[in-house]
Design a binder for this molecule. Structure first.
Ligand code: DQA
Length: 147
């Protein structure tokens, strides 16, 4: 099964960026964890990080009829992007939303997600484990629907 892993704005700075909130893992280390898990679970991952909304939208469009699932941390675009939400709806690919921090414990502007209504589910607050749990849940879902 093929899964696109998308990371939004500023996540290239992980490890150096507000480590008390986002932890000390770099994006490469997170991707490495996911790649290891994917090997065990029989998933084939493609990774993409961008600070540009349009590039993420292009990556979602390119996934149409190519990828079986999307694991996305939309980062700040979570709270702003109708366009990313619409792209996910357009390709109709099962999507899991993840956040390193517990966005519901933070500023109110982080409490709303434009992505959640088009996702199967959301995992928030477990650091790198949010990604790992999200990938596990997505793999289970895809297996359940015969992918
Ligand atoms: C984040 C939470 C967002 O509110 C924030 O803008 C991010 C990262 C997280 O993983 O906790 O950049 O998505």
């Amino acid at each position: 099964m093929k899964i696109l892993v998308l990371h939004g704005a500023n996540l290239n700075m992980l490890g150096r960026r507000e480590p008390e909130i986002y932890g000390s893992y770099s994006l490469d280390q997170i991707n490495e964890y996911l790649a290891q898990d994917a090997l065990t679970w029989g998933a084939d991952l493609t990774f993409c990080q961008s600070n540009h909304e349009g590039i993420l939208i292009d990556a979602i469009h390119a996934a149409f009829q190519v990828q079986h699932g999307i694991l996305i941390n939309p980062a700040a675009f979570t709270h702003t992007s109708v366009a990313i939400r619409d792209a996910i709806a357009a390709v109709n690919i099962p999507t899991v939303e993840v956040h390193l921090s517990n966005v519901y414990k933070r500023e109110e502007f982080r409490h709303h997600s434009f992505i959640a209504p088009v996702a199967i589910g959301q995992i928030s607050g477990f650091g790198v484990d949010s990604y790992r749990l999200g990938l596990r849940a997505l793999v289970n879902h895809l297996q359940a629907i015969g992918k």
